[in-house]
Design a protein. Structure first.
Length: 138
């Protein structure tokens, strides 16, 4: 009996499954982490509620200076997402302060929020982009 076709079929099937292993949305062993560097994600409505009820928070706009100048949430400070790691300590000296982070669409704010969490900031709340902000801008 010739086993070559069977071995070849098993080999091809195994190789074909390898790229699919990383495409699952299910958490696997690599997704489990003991790293406490996290941030909270909320929608615009919840962020506005926090702004209306909390004190001593910072609204952090992580877009470019030009985008910020074109319109931003009142009271926001600008710190471009690609400068967060280098300049966070100067702009945000209190690592336990509530920091509400946004950008244009939500991508850069997620990156910046994770960078802040990785730097040891403990109260980071990411709320997406100004594109989805139905409240006042200036």
């Amino acid at each position: 009996m010739n086993r070559r076709p069977l071995i070849l079929a098993v080999l091809v099937g195994s190789l074909a499954a390898i790229p699919l292993a990383g495409c699952s949305n299910e958490p696997g062993p690599a997704a489990a982490s003991t790293d406490a560097s996290t941030y909270e994600q909320v929608d615009a409505k919840r962020a506005k509620e926090l702004m209306d009820t909390e004190e001593g928070y910072v609204i952090l706009d992580v877009r470019t200076q030009a985008e910020y100048d074109g319109g931003h949430i009142p009271g926001a400070v600008v710190l471009p997402h690609d400068a967060v790691t280098e300049n966070a300590a100067r702009t945000l000296p209190d690592k336990d302060q509530l920091i509400l982070v946004y950008c244009r669409s939500g991508n850069r704010s997620k990156q910046a929020s994770q960078a802040l969490a990785d730097l040891g900031y403990t109260n980071v709340v990411e709320f997406g982009g100004i594109n989805d902000w139905p409240y006042e801008v200036e």
